[in-house]
Design a protein around this ligand. Structure first.
Ligand code: HEM
Ligand code: HEM
Length: 182
C-alpha cells in the first residue's frame, strides 16, 4: 500500500509525484509572473519570498523522494529494451533538471551572502558566494533549466497519455493508484 512493488507504485511515491508535478508547474508560473512585477507592486518582494520558500520545500521533498526511490523496488517498465532505456534516461533527466533548477535558484538567492528565509520558520545559510556575477550566471541557468524542465515534463506527460490510450498499458493508471489493467 505505502511501499512500491515491482507491479505497483506505493502511495508515498504516488503522492510525491503528483504534489511535485503541481509544485513544478506552480513554481514555473510564479517565477514567470515575478518577472512582470514592477518595484512598486505590492508583490515585488512577497512573490519571491513565497517562490523561494516553496522552492526550498520542494528541494527537501525531492531529496527525500530520491532516497525513497533508491531504497525501494520500482514497477517494471513496459515495452522494448530501447523504450525502457529511453524512459529511464528521461526520468533521470527530469530529476537532474529539477535539481539544476533548484540549485541555481539557491545560488541566485544567496549570491549576496544572505541566507534564505523559508516561510519564516527557518533559514538556509548561504554556502557558496565565491564566483563573480553569481546572480547573473545562476539566473540564466535557472531560466534555461526551468524551461527545459517544463518542456521535458510536457513530453513526459504526452508519453504517459500515449502509453494509456495507444499502447493500452497500465503505466498511467498505476501512477494514479488505480489497479484496473493487468
Ligand atoms: C522546480 C522549481 C523551480 C522552478 C520551476 C522555478 C522557476 C522560475 C522561473 C521561471 C523564474 C523566472 C525567470 C528567471 O528570472 O529565471 C524564476 C525566478 C526566480 N527563482 Fe525560481 N524556480 C524554481 C525553484 C527555485 C528555488 C528553489 C529558488 C531559491 C531557493 C528559486 C529562486 C528564484 C529567484 C530568486 C528568482 C528571481 C530571479 C531573478 O530575478 O533573476 N527558484 N524561477
Ligand atoms: C512537472 C511535471 C512532472 C514531473 C517533474 C514529473 C516527473 C516524473 C519523474 C521524475 C518520474 C520517474 C519516477 C521514478 O521512476 O522515480 C515520473 C513518473 C511518472 N510520471 Fe511524471 N512528472 C510530471 C508530470 C506528469 C504528468 C502530468 C503525468 C501524466 C499525464 C505524469 C505521468 C507519470 C507516470 C505515469 C509515471 C510512471 C512511469 C513508470 O511507471 O515508469 N507525470 N514523473
Amino acid at each position: 500500500m505505502w511501499r512500491n512493488t515491482t507491479q505497483h507504485w506505493g502511495n508515498i511515491s504516488i503522492v510525491l509525484h503528483w504534489l511535485s508535478a503541481l509544485a513544478v508547474i506552480g513554481m514555473f508560473a510564479s517565477g514567470w509572473w515575478m518577472t512582470t512585477l514592477t518595484y512598486y507592486d505590492g508583490w515585488y518582494h512577497r512573490a519571491p519570498w513565497w517562490h523561494k520558500s516553496f522552492g526550498i520545500t520542494l528541494l527537501i521533498v525531492t531529496g527525500l523522494r530520491v532516497l525513497w526511490r533508491i531504497g525501494s523496488a520500482t514497477p517494471l517498465a513496459h515495452g522494448h529494451t530501447h523504450e525502457k532505456r529511453a524512459a529511464l534516461a528521461g526520468h533521470l533527466l527530469l530529476y537532474l533538471l529539477l535539481f539544476a533548477v533548484m540549485a541555481s535558484g539557491y545560488l541566485i538567492s544567496t549570491a549576496e551572502g544572505k541566507g534564505i528565509e523559508v516561510f519564516g520558520w527557518f533559514s538556509v545559510p548561504a554556502l557558496f558566494t565565491s564566483f563573480n556575477d553569481q546572480a547573473t550566471i545562476a539566473g540564466a541557468a535557472h531560466w534555461y533549466c526551468a524551461w527545459a524542465l517544463i518542456v521535458l515534463a510536457a513530453g513526459h506527460a504526452l508519453f504517459a497519455l500515449k502509453h494509456h490510450y495507444l499502447d493500452r498499458t497500465n503505466t498511467l493508471t498505476r501512477m494514479l493508484g488505480v489497479k484496473a489493467r493487468p
